[in-house]
Design a protein around this ligand. Structure first.
Ligand SMILES: NC(=O)c1ccc[n+]([C@@H]2O[C@H](COP(=O)([O-])OP(=O)(O)OC[C@H]3O[C@@H](n4cnc5c(N)ncnc54)[C@H](O)[C@@H]3O)[C@@H](O)[C@H]2O)c1
Length: 183
């Protein structure tokens, strides 16, 4: 398969890229390198530096290319920062997801995988929330992730949404970008 991975230079995205590459998929990683690093990717991985919230730049970056699957990992990920910079977070998470979704529709991708959020979707809960808990985000990060899930759900492309990621421990020696209130 030919797979586009947004946020491909980040913690989660680079591990997705590695896994796809290891099984023989042709991977294109896309990232604005705002928190990710090119060094997280093997040198032979095709890479495009672009901001997913810039629709025209995104289209130019992959112009004429087809993708069987799109894995959308690009996002700003800090809960506290999302309260301080709501415009940035809305632009990257909501507008960025809309642009990536439109791209997946345009290339007739067979699947769009949207990495959403686990806990931030549910706010403070009395007991541990699972996927069936009512979404009640109390941060901009959670609110924008919920809005982005709606965009993906309404899209004309088969999708799979990863919201509640159970195991958050690093699965490689690459540390998560921050140990503060991430996701
Ligand atoms: N790490 C976790 O525990 C966890 C849990 C739940 C959900 N998530 C979600 O998984 C995804 C990846 O998170 P992560 O932990 O790997 O964080 P990360 O910061 O390592 O990865 C995000 C990547 O997106 C890139 N990016 C940011 N804004 C961009 C933009 N405008 N255009 C293009 N690229 C952009 C960053 O440079 C970075 O490489 C995010 O959507 C996050 O919300 C992560």
């Amino acid at each position: 398969m030919r797979v586009l991975v947004t946020g491909g230079a980040g913690f989660l995205g680079s591990n997705v890229v590695d896994a796809l590459d290891a099984r023989g998929d042709l991977v294109v990683a896309l990232d604005d390198l705002s928190t990710g690093e090119r060094g997280n990717l093997a040198p032979d991985i095709a890479f495009r530096q672009v901001d997913v919230s810039d629709e025209h730049a995104l289209e130019r970056a992959v112009h004429g290319e087809g993708f069987d699957a799109v894995v959308h990992c690009a996002a700003k990920t800090k809960v506290v920062e999302s309260m301080e910079k709501p415009d940035l977070y809305r632009r990257v998470i909501v507008d960025g997801t809309r642009n990536v979704t439109r791209l997946a529709e345009r290339v007739h991708a067979q699947i769009l995988v949207n990495i959403s959020t686990g806990g931030a979707m549910y706010g403070e809960t009395k007991s541990c929330a699972n996927e069936h808990a009512k979404a009640d985000p109390d941060s901009n990060y959670g609110r924008f992730k919920l809005e982005a899930e709606g965009i993906v759900a309404d899209a004309d492309v088969p999708f799979w949404g990863a919201g509640a990621l159970g195991d958050r421990s690093p699965c490689t020696d690459r540390a998560p970008p921050s140990v503060t209130t991430s996701t």
